[in-house]
Design a protein around this ligand. Structure first.
Ligand SMILES: NC(=O)c1ccc[n+]([C@@H]2O[C@H](COP(=O)([O-])OP(=O)(O)OC[C@H]3O[C@@H](n4cnc5c(N)ncnc54)[C@H](O)[C@@H]3O)[C@@H](O)[C@H]2O)c1
Length: 333
């Protein structure tokens, strides 16, 4: 079986690739390295440094794929409020290019990685039957991608499924990016002896999945007939935690004397983002195997091994305003 992964050098893409490589499949993929790293790509997997936007460049690599996982994205929720054009290009435009190329090449199932951001500030826990009402450009973009994928596949035929993951944690997640991945940022700072920065009062509620639990579902979304044409929440509906609780958990793993720095809330931050996982349990046999603490400990171990890093402010803020977090404009993280 041949599996194609866009965003192969990223966090999720590299884990999907590893899973299918271990199953004995031929795994190929592309990445423009905007957010990922060559070091993430598992041995035995072919990476081409190409951009999803450049459709002609990867037509041949895509051809003959039995499953296409589209993970490539500028996965920035809060930051998309200030750099929507960058996020739009690398979500919506990237998705329509990959979907178009996949349909033209008559590949097998197309699995799109959406995001819980599609739900915005709807009442939690989110269920798939709620009509999405995203509250950030990133959420709008992800939901637009879902509509594009389902529309194109319904018109032209072929199988697709849509995964809607929560916040995911685990090794290979970028931890020097100041614009996303709250748990990684906190670990990276605490390992440098710095207090975590918390937007608001720390009462925002989130759920985190360890990457292996997500990959278990994503693999089934590529192969199970039950997942065809379905949009499925992927994340636990137990173990919700506040952002302050998350900081406490990491501090306790690191034996760190916690005294967080509280800064103003970011615009469009959703207060509670939790979901129901009934559909994933029913269709994919979803279960939580790794607790939040064990998942965080695993990620701490990985970041410690590679070493903490300075944060890299390599993205342009397209709309600098008074409400743009000073953590970004003044590079405070
Ligand atoms: N990690 C999470 O917590 C999470 C949660 C929900 C949804 N998702 C979704 O899952 C997918 C993977 O996320 P991730 O955490 O692995 O992010 P990531 O940044 O680690 O991986 C995305 C990869 O896509 C690449 N990329 C971006 N734009 C590209 C383009 N135009 N052409 C080619 N490559 C491009 C980046 O270089 C990066 O390696 C994304 O679509 C994201 O929206 C992630």
């Amino acid at each position: 079986m041949k599996v194609f992964v866009s965003g192969l050098a990223g966090f999720l893409g590299s884990h999907i690739a590893e899973r299918y490589r271990d199953l004995g499949c031929q795994v190929v993929g592309i990445d423009n390295l905007y957010g990922g790293s060559r070091h993430n790509v598992p041995d035995g997997v072919r990476l081409e440094i190409l951009d999803c936007l450049d459709r002609d460049s990867y037509k041949d690599i895509l051809a003959g794929s039995d499953i296409v996982y589209h993970c490539a994205a500028a996965a920035y929720d809060g930051f998309s409020v200030f750099s929507p054009a960058y996020v739009y290009r690398n979500t919506v435009q990237a998705t329509v290019e990959i979907a178009s190329a996949s349909i033209a090449a008559d590949t097998g199932r197309f699995v799109f990685c959406s995001s819980m951001a599609r739900y915005g500030a709807l009442p939690a826990p989110f269920t798939e039957s709620q009509v999405p009402r995203p509250s950030t450009p990133y959420g709008v973009a992800k939901y637009t991608c879902e509509l594009l994928v389902s529309n194109l596949y319904e018109i032209h035929g072929g199988d697709y499924s849509i995964a809607i993951p929560h916040n995911i944690i685990g090794p290979r997640q970028r931890y020097d990016d100041p614009y996303r991945n709250v748990a990684s940022i906190m670990i990276n700072r605490m390992l440098q002896g710095l207090q975590p920065i918390i937007y608001g009062d720390g009462s925002h509620v989130r759920c985190f999945s360890f990457v292996d639990d997500v990959i278990y579902c994503l693999e089934k979304m590529g192969t199970s007939p039950l997942a065809i044409g379905e949009a499925i929440n992927i994340g636990p509906d137990e173990g919700a935690v506040t952002i302050l609780g998350l900081a406490n958990e990491i501090a306790s793993i690191l034996d760190f004397d916690l005294d967080p720095i509280f800064v103003p809330e970011r615009p469009r931050e959703v207060s509670t983002a939790t979901c129901r996982a009934d559909k994933a349990r029913r269709l994919l046999g979803y279960r939580t195997e790794t607790t939040l603490r064990d998942g965080l400990a695993n990620m701490v171990e990985w970041i410690e091994r590679i070493g903490p890093r300075a944060f890299s402010y390599d993205l342009e803020i397209e709309i600098p305003r008074a409400i743009t977090p000073a953590t970004w404009t003044d590079k405070l993280i």
